[in-house]
Design a protein around this ligand. Structure first.
Ligand code: NAD
Length: 435
């Protein structure tokens, strides 16, 4: 997908939809009563309470004292009318995003209509979106009911997620307040799959330890013995876009790939993946297990004490999907008891507020302290293990993925700016809705 989207293509795809007026006179977005969605719009089957971790939030929001007055909220919600202009607040921006995404989004909507904020979205930072009718969020932005209420009171009625996952968005609250939510469903499954494989190989061949030794003039090999990937059995949990990409690479390396998914993929079977009926059946048969399913009620703490017990002794767990799939305390116990040999994780269940941030210099306020106030003991002790490899949610971070995220985000925002969803029944093409 190109990082640039032609205006003509997008305008041709936009079909205006009627706006329903409720008895109270407030015009609402049509999200709650949409007709059946096109296949690309996905429905959250089971709402789950977002797995938020409470943190000190006040310092995140330099303007957190700006409290919107309900009377400031516009009367009308729903897609933009022809007389309105898209005004966008982008949260959780960072230098790599600004380099790749700012030019694309500003070219599409005009630099004067887009405001960029480094801070993540929280109830305290949400007032920064005052004057905007749409917001653009990233994976760890906190879009719970409290935050949605603040945004909706300001007149924000569209959220464009710059990521595939939406487990931190309270979709029911969005529906209640007439806020539509879109996502970028597939920006580069290769990016995440390749990162998972890179982590597997780095951990197996102890590349971090080997490199550190060489930088210190230690050229010995003792303690660095790995294993051939060829001939090993790798278990994939979730054979969607990313899981299938990972399976393809692993098969090419000569691995046997077993998989568990609630839906079996014909494409995966055709490439040589063998399905089992349950995760419980999968775990004892694999030297490596890689998680690629979404975080839902069903998959929360998929890996807990009971499932770690089922893993082969000496095996490896790789999680590039969502932190909440793994019970971190149970993982630490499994490593301590040497039930599993090692773990690679790009995601962590309490990563919100930590990952994507530089916390290394946040010690000045506490004289004598060398620890950030946000220091996370569980993460710190996990990451310092020689048999753990942790990255801070960077699996998606390739130039191609960032370009694709920008262009899909622009497409999603153009639907909103163009007066409504281009999907069936007026749904946004990449919309996600609650039940
Ligand atoms: P996808 O929708 O294409 O595939 C998900 C697969 O998981 C589907 O085949 C689905 O049937 C399966 N699944 C659902 N519930 C399951 C269950 N209970 N048990 C087993 N399988 C189940 O999604 P994708 O694009 O392949 O992305 C997978 C996940 O990767 C996302 O949900 C997201 O959490 C994660 N992700 C991580 C990053 C990163 O940077 N680390 C980036 C993008 C996505």
């Amino acid at each position: 997908m190109s990082a640039h989207v032609s205006h003509a293509t997008m305008l041709a795809a936009v079909t205006p939809r009627p706006i329903a007026r409720e008895p109270c006179g407030r015009i609402r977005a049509s999200v709650p009563k949409r007709a059946p969605l096109r296949s690309t719009a996905i429905r959250l089957e089971k709402a789950r309470a977002p797995n938020f971790r409470s943190r000190a939030l006040a310092e995140d929001a330099p303007e957190s004292n700006i409290v919107p007055s309900p009377s400031d909220a516009p009367e009308q919600l729903g897609p933009l009318k022809p007389t309105e202009t898209l005004k966008l607040a982008v949260f959780s921006t960072s230098s790599y995003m600004r380099h790749t995404q700012t030019p694309v989004i500003e070219e599409a909507f005009g630099a004067g209509n887009v405001r960029w904020f480094d801070v993540g979205l929280t109830p305290q930072t949400a007032p920064l979106a005052a004057g905007c009718n749409a917001t653009c969020l990233f994976v760890n932005d906190r879009a719970d009911a409290e935050t949605i209420d603040v945004l909706a009171d300001l007149g924000v009625r569209f959220i464009a997620m710059r990521c595939a996952g939406f487990d931190r968005v309270d979709l029911d609250a969005c529906a209640r307040r007439g806020v539509a939510v879109t996502r970028t469903p597939a920006y580069s499954p290769h990016a995440i799959a390749e990162h998972a494989i890179a982590m597997m190989l780095a951990l197996n061949r102890q590349l971090m330890k080997g490199h550190a030794r060489v930088t210190q003039g230690n050229y010995s090999l003792s303690g660095l013995v790995g294993f051939d990937m060829h001939g090993k059995t790798v278990g994939i949990v979730g054979t969607g876009k990313i899981g299938r990409c990972a399976a393809k690479i692993l098969l090419a390396m000569g691995c046997e790939v077993l998989a568990y998914d609630v839906f079996q993929s014909k494409e995966a079977i055709a490439m040589g993946v063998k399905y089992v009926d349950t995760v419980q059946e999968l775990l004892p048969r694999c030297q490596i297990v890689s998680l690629h399913c979404p975080l839902t009620d069903d998959t929360h703490h998929l890996m807990d004490d009971a499932t770690f017990d089922l893993m082969r002794r000496g095996s490896m767990l790789v999680n590039t999907s969502r932190g909440g799939l793994v019970d971190t305390a149970a993982l630490a116990r499994a490593l301590d008891a040497q039930k599993i040999a090692c773990v690679a994780m790009d995601v962590y269940e309490h990563e919100a507020g930590l990952f994507f941030e530089d916390k290394s210099e946040e010690t000045d306020a506490t004289p004598g302290s060398s620890l950030s106030p946000d220091w996370d003991l569980s993460l710190g002790s996990l990451a310092s293990r020689p048999n753990a490899l942790v990255t801070s949610h960077q699996a998606f971070l390739t130039a191609e993925a960032l370009g694709n995220i920008a262009s899909t985000t622009v497409e999603n925002l153009r639907e909103f700016a163009g007066g409504g969803g281009a999907g069936e029944g007026g749904a946004y093409v990449n919309e996600v809705v609650g039940h």
